[in-house]
Write a protein that binds this ligand. Sequence first.
Ligand code: SF4
Length: 288
Amino acid sequence: MQPFDIQEIQAKSILSPSSLKDADYDFSCNPYIGCRFGCVYCYASFMGRMVGKKTNDWGEFVFAKMNAPELLKKEVAKLKNKGKGKTIWFSSVTDPYQGLEAKYQLTRKCLQVLVEADFQGSVTFLTKSDLVLRDIDVLKQLHHAEVGMTITSTDDSISRYFEKFAPPVSARLAALKKLHQEKIDTYAFIGPLLPHFITNKEKLGQLFKAVHDVGVREIYVEFLNLSGYIRKRLKAELKDLDPTIWEEFYASQSKSYRNEFADIVYELVKKYGFKLRMEKTLYHKEMK
Ligand code: SF4
């Protein structure tokens, strides 16, 4: 394993307009390039290209955009009506609350900028870290904020394996509960759906129940994305496991599998009265 590479850089811009037609955000804000959490299925691993790293280096480098708050201040000032009706997402290709955020506080400083600019839109987060609790004071000062946690299992040993350096799922559930108690809107991102759930539907039911029990009422559900570059990295990461596990991952890309799985998901959505965001289970493309 290479030594962990941390670099402090100056970025050229910080708000990226959404390029997706049906996206439920207008801009993404990524205060870091790279993510120390190093999830084995991460779709953002292509970002290494931006800083001369390979896909398989993902998790081994983080470049901190030291001027992110200053850039945000300038870019938010250009938004019409103080951004009313717009949504900024932290973050699309990094985790805004990965460990280095405790030191650099770039996400926190960006939020303070939005408060000072009287940003009138929404700020939405997706993280795997309970470090977000540190910023409850600032979140409450925003016009509207919501925090989502990625929940892929209820078993800490599974989250430790697939989301190597992220806080365990038990800490994420506890954070969702605390945020709900603090009256901050929450949601859960249930994805990628790990293929073992199809042979163990009860476990998926336990996951939905756990999310409901901590006050979450809105969820995204997404199938595993096995695009070429993700497949390559994931296969290398899983090489020491029972090969049937990889076969199950691969099988999860078929339409029949997805339909069967989606029916289970819809039943659970109904059972717990969740609002399913985007109104469907999300997937990328079929491989067979
Ligand atoms: S936390 Fe998100 S951005 Fe970071 S490695 Fe995991 S999936 Fe990728």
